[in-house]
Design a protein around this ligand. Structure first.
Ligand SMILES: Nc1ncnc2c1ncn2[C@@H]1O[C@H](COP(=O)(O)OP(=O)(O)OP(=O)(O)O)[C@@H](O)[C@H]1O
Length: 601
């Protein structure tokens, strides 16, 4: 943990949560050369069994408070978070909390029911039976009124349905603490009322439910028990809804008759800079209430036996980080990714048919050039074309689909659903077969239509290089999709691949390069791919090339190898070069996933 990460999260060892308190929370971010304080020594308490609304003007720090309390952000945050006045470790805290952010990313091609099932598989212990999980999922579907769309894929859901599904995802593990960031944004008044009613039901069942709410109608506001108003990163009011107007009036802010109470509170909070004296005294009053509450809880807990609870929890020992083993996580994620890929019919079909179409087009353009001494240059061009297609098609499709999956990965990993290793391995395994199938079809069509040598060893060697290039390209796309923002990666991938093509040995030979560029040929995976294909085609004791003309300059394959300056090259060296590339890209992908999580801390 870095030095500035001094949040002391006290994760309770107790089964029943009665209160979540936070003391002197500060949240500071670096902005250019300065530091900006988003939360300023803010304190408060949320009780279970009650639905609490966090309100405040835009930019007051509501989402920042949620991010800090949910543990989704840890960098730059200091202070204490206590549950039942006990300090708990971060790991346990994350297991108790569910955080529904404003925009929950969903896997587009998975249905509502499947999404909840996968969440149950990942979040519930493997001791929970399949039947029990199905019951939990069905209960959530009916609780949230999702029966009508249970078999719809996420991409066709309405805004309200998406919202309810995202809430359902948090309910699967029956968390004790639930945070929602504007769960009604984008919903009509009726859907908003429904969603907040669900939240109220959840709170009534004994959970601690806190929701940021933006300008609620009077009817919606009535559903909340407690209100927490944030103004400029500080607490301006906390307490019961019915006491709010009285408290504000006591501080000199009189609410006009028939005025919406939420609007009035936000209006008062907006005067934080214009009427600082009155607001400051209100904030001081709230701070002293917070202190009193903390002291009160401390007494309460001592009386009701927090010691007993602590002893009980230590007997139970510390719980593992994830509800299921990493191997099971890997299996579930692989299944889910594969299902998503198969369901993405447009892209999957396009990708597969694209390979076949390309094979047919290139094969017919370069028809029968493989064993023709007069068309050697055309055959070599065909090889580089094939490689370019394999690389661009496999890297670009991944680069466009990966970022959305990344958003899901970040959310689920932060929710303690699975490890980075499990996700990393599942991603590699699940995407591999489609790539291999496409590349195999494409290269076989090209190989036969262009009339290359019909020798098993050559066919296998040719296929091996194409498969390794496809694998390299796919990994390359994943790394770029993981590190770069989605607006940048479609540019980064082609523009970084083109220089590799330049040093492949096709456009300019090794001997013709300036000395300064020569080392780059060892870095270019196109060099290994192109050289490997050329050797599989013309190397390995291939002596004569067919010739239908009177004279063919490239009658001997040795001449072709000399033309390309690869007469002394070794096919297995090229295979090794590509394997090194693949290994490095795997390491890079793992590091990028970790970096991605770090950037969102
Ligand atoms: N990473 C960041 N770097 C710099 N400033 C930030 C960062 N995150 C948030 N802010 C700023 O902090 C302030 C509080 O942001 P926050 O999102 O918590 O406000 P909010 O009350 O949730 O607003 P809204 O109701 O508009 O969503 C805003 O002025 C915002 O611009």
């Amino acid at each position: 943990m870095s030095l500035d990460e001094t949040v002391e999260v006290v994760i309770p060892l107790v089964k029943t949560i009665t209160s979540l308190s936070f003391r002197n929370l500060n949240y500071t971010v670096n902005q250019k050369s300065t530091k900006k304080q988003l939360l300023k020594n803010i304190s408060g308490t949320f009780r279970s069994g009650r639905l609490t609304a966090i309100m405040g003007p835009s930019g007051a720090g509501k989402s920042s408070l949620m991010n800090a309390l949910s543990g989704f952000k840890t960098q730059g945050i200091t202070g204490r978070i206590l549950i039942n006045n006990e300090v708990i470790d971060r790991q346990k805290y994350r297991q108790l909390v569910a955080y529904n952010t404003q925009h929950v990313p969903l896997l587009q091609n998975i249905t509502v029911q499947e999404t909840l099932h996968y969440a149950a598989d990942l979040k519930l212990s493997s001791n929970v039976t399949r039947i029990h999980k199905t019951k939990i999922v069905n209960d959530i579907i009916s609780l949230l009124g999702l029966e009508k769309c249970a078999h719809n894929q996420a991409r066709v859901l309405s805004g309200g349905e998406r919202k309810r599904l995202s809430i359902g995802l948090e309910l699967v593990s029956n968390p004790k603490l639930l945070f929602f960031d504007e769960p009604t944004s984008g919903l009509d008044s009726e859907s908003s009322y429904q969603v907040v009613s669900y939240l109220k039901d959840l709170a009534k069942q004994g959970r601690c439910v806190v929701s940021v709410i933006h300008q609620p109608s009077s009817e919606l506001l009535e559903l909340f028990d407690d209100i927490y108003v944030v103004a400029d990163g500080r607490c301006m009011y906390q307490g019961a809804l019915e006491d709010m107007i009285g408290t504000l009036a006591g501080a000199g802010f009189e609410c006009p008759q028939y005025y919406n109470r939420a609007d009035f509170a936000i209006k008062v909070a907006s005067t934080v800079n214009t009427d600082p004296e009155k607001i400051n005294s209100l904030m001081k009053q709230m701070e002293s209430i917070s202190n009193d509450q903390m002291n009160g809880f401390h007494g309460e807990l001592n009386e009701t036996g927090s010691e007993k609870l602590l002893n009980e929890s230590s007997r139970r020992g510390s719980s593992p980080q994830y509800p299921i083993s990493q191997f099971r996580q890997f299996l579930i994620l692989t299944r889910r990714t594969a299902l998503g890929t198969i369901r993405n019919l447009t892209l999957t079909r396009l990708r597969f048919l694209g390979h076949i179409m390309f094979g047919l087009i290139v094969g017919s353009v370069f028809y029968d050039v493989g064993d023709n001494g007069a068309k050697v240059l055309a055959n070599i061009s065909c090889l580089i074309m094939l490689l370019m297609f394999i690389v661009f098609s496999n890297s670009m499709t991944v680069v466009l689909t990966f970022p959305l999956e990344m958003a899901v990965f970040v959310r689920e990993h932060k929710n303690n659903c699975y490890s980075v290793v499990a996700y990393f391995l599942s991603k590699i395994v699940a995407d591999f077969p489609l790539m291999l199938a496409g590349v195999t079809c494409c290269q076989l069509i090209v190989y036969y239509l262009t009339g290359q040598m019909n020798e098993t060893e050559r066919i296998v060697m040719f296929w091996g290089i194409c498969a390794l290039m496809g694998w390299t390209a796919q990994m390359y796309g994943m790394v770029a999709g993981c590190i770069c923002p989605v607006e940048v990666s479609p540019f980064v991938v082609p523009s970084s691949i083109v220089p590799m093509v330049l040093f492949s040995g096709f456009f300019i030979r090794y001997g013709e390069l300036l000395d300064v560029y020569k080392p780059l040929t060892y870095v270019s995976h196109f060099r290994y791919g192109f050289e490997g294909l050329a050797l599989a085609t013309y190397g390995f004791n291939r002596t004569e090339i067919g010739c239908e003309e009177m004279f063919c300059y490239y009658r001997k394959s040795r001449k072709v190898l000399e033309l390309l300056e690869i007469q002394n090259s070794n096919y297995w060296f090229d295979v090794a070069g590509l394997c090194v590339w693949i290994a490095v890209l795997h390491v890079l992908l793992y590091v990028s996933l970790r970096l991605r999580l770090r950037w969102t801390r």
